[in-house]
Design a protein around this ligand. Structure first.
Ligand SMILES: [Zn+2]
Length: 132
């Protein structure tokens, strides 16, 4: 059964950073889709873009909350950083499949805070679903 983790990724970011708020809203600057491919994000600007929550990684056993927070990380300005460490969110699939850490490292959170510095930016998103 593919039941959803609807809000945890946004909540995790909201509790990890202070200069940006992820929230459901309209007009959305972030749209989240679900498909059968590999999870990915198309970033169109800082805090805007499209996230594809691809089932391929979930089907391979990757943690879906970690996938979602990772893809949000791209929207928030973080690049992939394939360190292989589970403690790094942006290490993505270079960390073991068993890695369930969905919380950004202190360095990752601090980078996002500095990218959004000086502006408690709301980032409205829509369609936050993993399908049903
Ligand atoms: Zn990535």
């Amino acid at each position: 059964m593919r039941c959803g983790s609807r809000r945890p990724a946004a909540q995790i970011w909201n509790s990890s950073v202070t200069n940006v708020r992820l929230q459901a809203g309209s007009p959305a600057t972030v749209t989240i889709y679900v498909d059968s491919g590999w999870p990915r994000a198309y970033v169109t600007g800082l805090g805007s873009g499209r996230i594809y929550m691809g089932w391929q990684a979930v089907d391979q056993g990757y943690n879906r909350t970690r996938i979602a927070t990772h893809e949000w990380g791209h929207i928030l300005g973080l690049p992939d950083n394939r360190t292989g460490r589970c403690s790094d969110l942006m290490s993505g699939s270079s960390a073991p499949v068993s890695c369930a850490n969905a919380t950004p490292s202190a360095a990752e959170a601090s980078r996002v805070n500095s990218l959004f510095a000086g502006s408690a930016v709301p980032v409205p998103a829509k369609a936050y679903v993993w399908g049903s």
